[in-house]
Design a protein around this ligand. Structure first.
Ligand code: 2HA
Ligand code: ZN
Length: 277
């Protein structure tokens, strides 16, 4: 037996591999974190090493004190997660003040958690609070078509949400709250983490202009599916725009209202604005 026989660890590796195969993780691009359940910790504990010293997170996440996370490593490649998980991934524990972490497993060659750890943990903190502990996964990917769109569309929640919704009927059902947008910022630090976690109070998806996307969800499949759905929609929009003729027809605000009624979802009216031709 090893960590790789435990369900959450298998699911984590599998998700990294799926993202890599879709082309979202060039080199060391992207990162993933999972907030472990008590059962996960119990099962994984047998394979823990002597813990490392405590390191600063770079922000405070009081609500996550004492929690354990599985996270991808800084500078590690998603391409290698499946073949070399213990080099690419690690399990960390947050201290009692929510300010430091220590490593219990993985990162066998002296690695450390993703450079985006502050964003991951601040997003986890928001989602843990708002979903009463239901959400456990935060995923950052360099989704090609979403990134391309951040060069041509206005960087507003309203425009990105509406355009993505229009490109695939399932989108308003999959992300009825919409998607938030952070204008370009230096990655890896607390400022971008604060901006992203603010958006996570309203949405499960946040776009980082000219960089990628963050998705949040209760489990691996739902979170990956959300990223995949938004990126697929962005791909359709890139194709539509590339044809150079504009849209001849599309899904109208009233169509969305009908869909919302039938599918029992609430679509905020701020995304159903009238457009000028
Ligand atoms: O881990 O994706 O945003 C590399 C990145 C930084
Ligand atoms: Zn990135």
């Amino acid at each position: 037996m090893s960590l790789t026989d435990i369900e959450f660890f298998k699911g984590f590796i599998d998700m990294c591999d799926k993202g890599f195969k879709l082309g979202w993780h060039e080199r060391n691009g992207g990162n993933l974190s999972y907030r472990m359940t008590d059962e996960d910790v119990k099962a994984a504990k047998d394979y823990f090493n002597t813990p490392s010293e405590w390191f600063e997170i770079g922000t405070t996440v009081k609500l996550l004190a004492g929690e354990f996370f599985c996270v991808t490593g800084s500078g590690k490649y998603f391409m290698n997660v499946k073949s070399n998980p213990f080099d690419s991934l690690g399990i960390i524990e947050i201290d009692e003040n929510g300010e430091k972490y220590r490593i219990h497993a993985g990162f066998v060659n002296g690695g450390k958690p993703t450079s985006e750890l502050p964003s991951h943990l601040m997003n986890h903190e928001v989602k843990k609070h708002l979903t009463e502990g239901k959400y456990r996964v935060i995923y950052h990917a360099h989704t090609t078509n979403i990134i391309a769109l951040t060069f041509v569309l206005p960087l507003t929640d309203e425009v990105f949400t509406r355009e993505l919704w229009e490109m695939a009927t399932e989108c308003p059902v999959v992300f009825p709250d919409g998607v938030g947008v952070v204008e370009w910022m230096v990655p890896g630090g607390r400022d971008i983490a604060v901006a992203t976690s603010k958006l996570m109070e309203k949405y499960d998806l946040a776009i980082w202009a000219h960089h990628g996307m963050f998705a949040a969800g209760p489990d691996f499949d739902t979170t990956f599916g959300l990223m995949h759905t938004a990126e697929k929609s962005a791909e359709i929009l890139v194709k539509v725009l590339s044809m150079g003729m504009g849209k001849r027809q599309t899904i109208s605000p009233d169509n969305f209202r009908d869909l919302a009624a039938d599918f029992n979802v609430k679509l905020p009216e701020k995304f159903l604005y009238e457009k000028e031709d």
